[in-house]
Design a protein around this ligand. Structure first.
Ligand code: 3ON
Ligand code: FE
Length: 489
């Protein structure tokens, strides 16, 4: 049985590697059913759909992908209505997925090192990109969109999850443009009359990097687009946003494309972390003013939790890794030695716009990833942050717990699914008409390695220590996913 634990449980290993590995088995099937195996009760006021994206296939006909980030995007929709829940999943019918399923073999190289069979000669100078639409799924301006940062979104039917096709956002995106997987919704955009607006970026990394920022209204109209060239190669997965700024962390990396071009490895494997170089922080005003560049100590950031303005400073909270290990040619991600890697930890960066200096402070050393918060506080001062976290307070380990941080009082709460459960990103759903910032639910998909199936877990975000409100047992597993969103009707 899954257990709740105290914050300082740090016994021996909280997981078994073989048990963890099974969460990376493919899920080739597509389902559609009412969930009837439920512990606890689904809150009747919880109305809406949790959409999740992530790699559904990790191999084709026994040919394994080199990395889960290369896996074909599969969308799950969990619809909550009148205290019941319905499950449905569909693969995104990307061009690459359709062709490869038909051929029964790998036809495209993956960014993270998946190669076509036949050795380097078969991959030599094949620079085509397979858009796998596997990272995030959003609902905006009436469209459900599966996102993958290096290419354009795929549009899906929000009810059936059927793939409609690639979508350039009614001409906002030009051929060859990417669209990052981490859109930020400004809940109260001044330039848009106080209406929400979607802010996102795309990058074209070369010797210098083009960053394009898009601001899009809830009707899908382009409000603003700005393009900037910043010095150096940049690999940027996420950004942070405040009412007046977009903030990008340029991790200290070098890119040597030769092994990629020659057919030995994927583009992502040619990125080498430079621990002696600083992290650069690029601050681009959303409305007017010049770009500012900051520097801080070396570290690698994929995900930002939030950012806000505080007089002459910008505060940015991010998950930072002290180093990013190289993927070695014979490494198998399923054999990950977690103890050898640096954990992601939560840091607070304080950017002084006057002195152009950065202070940084680690605010959580427990291994964590996938930050979530109240959507109305995006870009604003906020108090509560929720994360996927390791069961143990020290060391690097798979995510098995959900952590709630009170950034005002430093209080923490932990709900753990160890030893058999492995969590995914928590999604915060505010209760209708709630006043308190943490009044609502946390939804997360937990892989139950004992039963080799996944559970949808509902927690009360006011108090994680009281255990689950409901645990919905699916009939099957969902491979470890990436990001998702909750859409209210
Ligand atoms: O030259 C550029 C290099 C590059 C890597 C060109 C590029 C833009 C094509 C590119 C592509 C980047 C892509 C496609 C990145 C995709 C990332 C992705 C699918 C996922 C990233 C996930 C990050 C984290 C931190 C996940 C953590 C997961 C866990 C802790 C547990 O499951
Ligand atoms: Fe991400």
């Amino acid at each position: 049985n899954l257990i709740s634990t105290s914050l300082n449980s740090s016994d021996s290993l909280s997981y078994d590697l073989q048990a963890w590995q099974k969460g990376y088995l493919s899920q080739p099937n597509e389902y559609d059913y009412w969930i009837d195996d439920i512990e606890g009760e689904i809150p009747p006021e919880l109305e809406g759909t949790l959409y999740r994206n992530g790699p559904g296939l990790l191999e084709i006909n026994g040919q394994a992908f080199r990395h889960p980030f290369d896996g074909d995007g599969m969308i799950s929709a969990i619809r909550f209505t009148n205290g019941r829940a319905h499950y449905c999943n569909r693969f995104v019918r990307t061009q690459g997925y359709v062709e490869e399923q038909k051929a029964g073999k790998i036809l495209y190289r993956g960014v993270f090192g998946t190669q076509k069979p036949g050795g380097w000669l078969a991959n030599f100078m094949d620079l085509r990109i397979k858009n796998i639409a596997n990272t995030q799924v959003i609902y905006w301006a009436g469209k459900l969109l599966a996102l993958w940062e290096a290419a354009q979104p795929y549009r899906l039917d929000p009810h059936t999850l059927e793939t409609i096709g690639i979508d350039d956002l009614d001409g906002i995106l030009e051929p060859g443009d990417g669209f990052a997987a981490h859109v930020r919704i400004d809940p109260n955009c001044e330039e848009n009359g106080g209406e929400p607006c979607l802010v996102n970026f795309s990058i074209k990394p070369k010797l210098s990097t083009l960053i394009t920022i898009y601001e899009i209204s809830s009707q899908g109209k382009l409000l603003k687009k700005q393009v900037h060239s910043v010095p150096g190669f940049a690999f940027i997965h996420d950004f942070a946003m405040t009412p007046n700024y977009c903030i990008f962390f340029q991790n200290p990396v070098k890119f040597n494309p030769i092994p990629y071009l020659l057919g030995f490895s994927g583009a992502g494997e040619c990125i080498k972390f430079e621990p002696k170089e600083p992290t650069k922080i690029i601050v681009i005003p959303r409305n007017s003013g010049k770009i500012k560049y900051f520097e801080t100590s070396s570290g690698f950031v994929f995900h930002h939790a939030n950012a806000y303005e505080d007089q002459d400073r910008i505060i940015v909270d991010s998950i930072c890794y002290e180093s990013l290990p190289e993927v070695r040619p014979n490494d198998d991600y399923r054999e990950t030695d977690f103890s050898r890697l640096d954990p992601g930890q939560l840091w607070r960066f304080s950017l002084d716009l006057t002195t152009e200096k950065v202070e940084r402070e680690r605010i959580e050393s427990r291994c964590c990833e996938f930050p979530a918060l109240h959507p109305n506080l995006m870009g604003r001062p906020y108090r509560y942050l929720y994360l996927g976290a390791a069961h143990s307070p020290q060391g690097n380990a798979p995510l098995q717990a959900i952590l709630k941080l009170d950034l005002n009082t430093q209080q923490r709460q932990l709900w753990s699914a160890a030893p058999e459960g492995f969590v995914s990103e928590p999604v915060f759903v505010p209760r209708k008409n709630a006043i308190a910032e943490d009044d609502g639910w946390l939804l997360t998909v937990v892989y139950d390695s004992h039963h080799h199936r996944s559970d949808i877990v509902i927690l009360d975000s006011r108090d994680l220590t009281q255990g689950v409100i409901a645990r919905l047992h699916l009939k099957h597993h969902i491979p470890y996913g990436l990001h998702g969103t909750f859409v209210t009707p």
